[in-house]
Design a binder for this molecule. Structure first.
Ligand SMILES: [Fe+2]
Ligand SMILES: [Fe+2]
Length: 240
């Protein structure tokens, strides 16, 4: 395995490791690094990927300069290497939703995490990231997304998961591949709140969707998010 690095928006980098033995097609596990005065990493990758991911980070910024560690929710691919990073970067802090800190991270993180209120912004230098609580969307009580305001990049985690060894960025259909992945894994917590929360994210009108598994998307993020919300509404209705 190896980790590829692509710049998906100015000073926003996708670090991707394709793991061939996940499901029938394999799947990429992506982290996103925002390079600024205070570098931020969204998703750490699992602990076993830390040698690859830390080397990829080091090609962009000194590993020990990492300032913020963030992720969508508590799962090994999202945050398994959190404590490895805390050890490697002495000034780094984990920034997560207040609920997730209380429920899990106050205990799991080797240094105390920074609890964020819904809508709270962290200034990284030139870039600004807004924390948005999305409980159970796509899954996990502590779930959240991050929105970088200057580039219009929504770090949407497992939303729009797409499978296979795919390009870093696409600008066409993200809904078909996301539907295939949902059929395969059923990863999304399907509730009456799923679609409305995704529509709230559409109001941000992001121009880039930084997707955790598969290709990122550049284009009309609001239309893509509304399309995704429509698809989950249909799934919920079909399950009734
Ligand atoms: Fe997940
Ligand atoms: Fe994930």
């Amino acid at each position: 395995m190896h980790t590829t690095v692509d710049e998906i928006a100015p000073d926003v980098f996708r670090l991707a490791t394709f793991v061939p033995d996940v499901g029938p097609t394999g799947m990429s596990f992506n982290q996103f690094l925002i390079r600024d005065e205070q570098p931020l990493l969204f998703h750490t990758g699992a602990r076993r990927l830390f040698p690859l991911v830390s080397e990829a980070i080091g090609a962009l910024v000194p590993l020990k300069s990492m300032r913020w560690i963030a992720f969508g929710h508590l799962e090994s691919d999202e945050c398994g290497a959190m404590n490895n990073l805390l050890a490697a970067a002495p000034q780094a802090e984990v920034a997560h939703g207040a609920l997730g800190c209380m429920v899990s991270l106050d205990d799991l993180a080797d240094r105390a995490p920074v609890p964020l209120a819904d809508g709270q912004v962290i200034e990284l230098g030139e870039k600004r990231v807004r924390h948005i609580d999305t409980p159970h969307v796509p899954h996990g009580w502590d779930a959240r997304v991050l929105y970088e305001e200057t580039t219009g990049t929504l770090f949407c985690g497992d939303l729009f998961t797409n499978l296979g060894d795919v390009p870093a960025v696409v600008d066409d259909d993200v809904l078909g591949p996301a539907s295939e992945a949902e059929d395969m894994f059923g990863a999304t917590c399907l509730t009456p709140q799923t679609a409305p929360k995704i529509r709230e994210l559409a109001e941000l009108a992001p121009s880039t969707l930084a997707i955790m598994h598969g290709s990122s998307f550049r284009g009309d993020g609001a239309a893509a998010l509304h399309g995704l919300a429509d698809a989950y509404e249909r799934r919920l209705a079909d399950s009734a």
